[in-house]
Design a protein around this ligand. Structure first.
Ligand code: PLP
Length: 396
């Protein structure tokens, strides 16, 4: 059976070049990067080369990159680390205040909610139908006790890209630290920490054809941040623990490849995504694309197929060989409709009837042909089973 993978926002395969770069670090190059002998020196050199590659992908200095266990940890380190450092210096006695958006990934959303339970105040900014935050809303939300603004660069469900540069300017003018979760944008669109005006930026290996369980947090020089964990002096005291050398090497290689291929891949994948999207709109009655189409990552489309239960469609398509998703993989199985789709104004039943297709490096024109030959029929079949669906009358 042909198998087509359109779920690259959930995870990507490890690029063969990445795997090749990693393999020696599981065997002959096994040294602890903190050891002073030659075994350690070699792995230390590999870790530092990876740091340079990751820094180059996002326009940072290598010393500003801290390796973590992935996007989730990077987001948590940014949010809790910043809040803890701010609490240390706050003399106002007021509850610290954070600004986030209502469409953040759960790694940010739940971290902010945990901070709320510990006494912080968080403003969750709304988004418009396109999925965008109005920078003026961010400006209006600023208070004297605001310690952090966190706004994701690209959304995982819609691909929507936020006006990070404008929000970065507001953060600078108001002297507030600014974090952005760039897990879904790095490697897909240009990311430059100085142009964006961020102080902290999260990335993850497994979204850019690197391994799972490794990521990085960019921390602008001079940013005050408490670690999440306590231990040795690794990563400039910001993230203790013996380095995951093979993972870090893999992330470094993935960053290098993403940087080299970014513009050609973005154009190629966008053309595939656009053909898929157009085909679905033409071939499936009442199908609608969610979020702004002009301001998205090149690989993502989110489509509502009214009268369908999204999970049922995912399973039916999987049986035909096509993998896609109803939204954030980590919340699949939850009964709740996507918080992102309801935030852009979808009714719960339409949010539940929506699928995300996220394309990637190995997809081809034939994959899109296969999807377009498969999806309309499966949607039609499921609709026929639906008690609420009425087939449109065909004009004779
Ligand atoms: N942030 C965003 C926007 C994501 O899409 C994801 C993963 O889906 C994460 C954070 C979490 O990254 P990781 O899986 O590396 O922990």
């Amino acid at each position: 059976m042909r198998r087509v993978y359109f779920d690259h926002n959930a995870t990507t395969s490890v690029d063969p070049e990445v795997l090749r770069a990693m393999l020696p670090y599981f065997s002959e190059e096994f040294g602890n990067a903190s050891s002073i002998h030659s075994f350690g020196q070699q792995t230390r050199a590999a870790v530092e080369r990876a740091r340079e590659s990751v820094a180059a992908l996002i326009g940072a200095r290598p010393a500003e990159i801290v390796f973590t266990s992935g996007g989730t940890e990077s987001d948590n380190l940014a949010i809790f680390g910043l809040a803890a450092a701010a609490a240390g210096k706050a003399a106002t006695g007021k509850r610290p205040h954070l600004i986030a958006t209502s469409i953040e990934h759960h790694a940010v959303l739940n971290a902010c909610q945990a901070l709320e339970r510990r006494g912080a105040d968080v403003t969750f900014l709304p988004v418009d139908r396109e999925g965008r935050v109005d920078p003026d809303d961010a400006r209006r939300a600023v208070r004297p006790e605001t310690v952090l603004i966190t706004v994701m660069h690209a959304n995982n469900e819609l691909g929507t890209i936020q006006l990070i540069e404008e929000i970065g300017r507001i953060a600078r003018e108001t002297d507030i630290y600014f974090h952005s979760d760039a897990v879904q944008s790095a490697g897909k669109v240009p990311v430059d920490v100085n142009r964006l005006g961020v102080d902290l930026l999260s990335i993850s290996g497994h979204k850019i054809y690197g391994p799972k369980g490794v990521g990085a947090l960019y921390i602008r020089k001079g940013t005050r941040l408490e670690p999440l964990l306590y231990g040795g002096h690794h990563e400039r005291d910001r993230r203790p623990g013996t380095e995951n050398v093979a993972g870090i090497v893999g992330l470094g290689k993935a960053a290098e490849l993403a940087r080299a291929r970014l513009s050609s891949e973005a154009a190629r994948v966008a053309a595939l995504r656009d053909r898929l999207e157009q085909g679905l709109l033409e071939q499936v009655a009442q199908a609608r694309v969610n979020g702004g189409r002009a301001t998205r990552t090149p690989n993502t489309t989110n489509v509502t197929f009214p009268f369908i239960e999204g999970e049922a469609l995912v399973i039916a398509l999987d049986l035909k060989g096509l993998a896609c998703s109803t939204g954030a993989a980590c919340s699949s199985g939850a009964i709740e409709p996507s918080h992102v789709l309801t935030a852009i104004g979808l009714l719960p039943e339409d949010a539940r009837a929506s699928l995300r297709f996220s394309l990637g490096r190995e997809n081809t024109d034939q994959d899109v042909d296969f999807a377009l030959a498969t999806i309309p029929g499966v949607v039609e079949h499921l609709r026929e089973l639906s008690p609420v669906y009425k087939k449109p009358a065909v004009a004779s």
